[in-house]
Design a protein around this ligand. Structure first.
Ligand SMILES: Cc1cc2nc3c(=O)[nH]c(=O)nc-3n(C[C@H](O)[C@H](O)[C@H](O)COP(=O)(O)OP(=O)(O)OC[C@H]3O[C@@H](n4cnc5c(N)ncnc54)[C@H](O)[C@@H]3O)c2cc1C
Length: 376
């Protein structure tokens, strides 16, 4: 039986970052993925500045030119089809192809000596918590710690009998209109508890809708959104995305950690998940390292300590999300944004692009700053 310090299920951004962190600390790890890399992953591919900074800090050997396909700092907000505000950001947003991005990251994990088993789908019955083994096919692998990085429909969530609270996205592509600039468009009011997007990529635009399956199914909402824009996207596909509600993981053993989408880590307002996938992967790696050094079997306590601020921020975003996405409040807010775009710019630059403020303090910070500017 092959023995590992850590087995990681899933080699997306969360799994790769957990693996890179652990490999750099000298542990023996293995990533098991149901696909072979490079593989496709449905995603808008928007990388915020804080994501790029995290990558530069943790993986300085990675060359961003390998996966960045566009940069832009112009964002338009729409309410249905009506343009309400335009934001010129000081710093660029980055757009990637997930095929390239995830391949680069898992390549960095391999470069650090990590093992990868591809084309191997882990099933709930393959995991044996008591003997700390994982059986895939005829192979039995032993682990001290197990990391679930296998996305929204994680086998570990299934094993723990937890309901994962997901929203859904539909995405497709249209050829990029050369007359149009490289701006990003966000469309509010086109779906329940979410939004539509149009992001420029290399030679085409990625269009999508994400939100709750409310009174209308997300498929119908996507259909109405695409016809409102007068487009028929190719390769239309759907995928779940965490709603931000934290799954109950109390039934999982203390040496089992969930990172990224598997742990429900996305920003409930924007749906941004890549940053939190990388960050929770990193934090899980650090938590396991501390547990091993302290001789503790459980890493869950150390991980919980580290992710608590993220969970509090997500909980604050969820509260805001419930208020903001009520149709009459959304309309009022968009009207307000038209008259006061500085609020939107503050949010985009200080909360989304960077971590200068979070959902718990940015509204107060904005009004304090604004009052000072007026008084000055
Ligand atoms: C349509 C759409 C658009 C999005 N746009 C953005 C965006 O623009 N910016 C942003 O930041 N976020 C975006 N997100 C969210 C983002 O894609 C996720 O939050 C991010 O991919 C989470 O990374 P992860 O590593 O946790 O999971 P994933 O990227 O889902 O990786 C999970 C890995 O686990 C593997 N796996 C799954 N099940 C098994 C199994 N049973 N056995 C073995 N392997 C398994 C998969 O093959 C995959 O490689 C979007 C999501 C969707 C659906």
């Amino acid at each position: 039986m092959k023995q590992y310090d850590v087995i990681i299920i899933g080699g997306g951004p969360a799994g790769s970052m957990a693996g890179i962190t652990l490999q750099k600390k000298g542990y023996k790890t293995c990533i098991i993925d149901k696909s072979a890399f490079p593989r496709e992953k449905l995603c808008g591919g928007l990388l915020t500045l804080k994501t790029m900074e995290l990558l530069r800090r943790e993986c300085p050997a990675i060359d961003a030119d390998h996966f960045i396909v566009k940069k832009t700092n112009l964002v338009h907000f729409y309410l249905e089809s009506e343009q309400v505000a335009t934001f010129q950001l000081k710093e660029s947003c980055y757009l990637t192809e997930r095929t390239l991005f995830d391949h680069t990251l898992i390549g960095e994990y391999r470069r650090n000596g990590g093992e990868v088993i591809e084309n191997r789908r882990v099933k709930p019955a393959d995991i044996h918590f008591t003997s700390q083994t994982l059986q895939t096919g005829t192979e039995i692998m032993g682990y001290r710690y197990l990391v679930g990085a296998d996305g929204c429909n994680s086998v570990l969530l299934k094993r723990s009998g937890t309901n994962n609270h997901n929203y859904y996205c539909i995405e497709g592509t249209v050829p990029h209109d050369p007359e149009r600039g490289d701006e990003m468009k966000i469309f509010f009011g086109v779906t329940g508890h979410g939004y539509g997007w149009q992001f420029p990529k290399e030679g085409y635009d990625c269009l999508g809708v994400g939100g709750a399956n409310s009174d209308k199914s997300i498929l119908e909402q996507a259909g109405s959104f695409f016809s409102q824009l007068g487009v028929e996207p190719d390769n239309r596909k759907g995928a779940p995305i965490p709603s931000g509600r934290h799954p109950d993981l109390s039934h999982l053993p203390g040496n089992t950690l969930l990172v990224g989408d598997a742990g429900g880590y996305t920003d409930p307002i924007t749906g941004e998940g890549i940053y939190l996938a990388l960050l929770t992967g990193l934090l899980a790696g650090e938590a396991i390292d501390v547990a091993i050094r302290k001789g503790s079997k459980s890493a869950a306590f150390h991980y919980a300590e580290r992710v608590r601020p993220l969970q509090k921020n997500i909980a604050a975003a969820l509260r805001l999300h419930k208020i903001l996405y009520r149709p009459f409040i959304l309309r009022w807010f968009m009207q307000h944004l038209r008259n006061r775009p500085s609020f939107g710019l503050f949010y985009l630059e200080k909360v989304i692009a960077t971590n200068e403020y979070d959902y718990r303090n940015f509204i107060r910070a904005y009004f304090l700053k604004h009052r000072k500017v007026k008084a000055g």
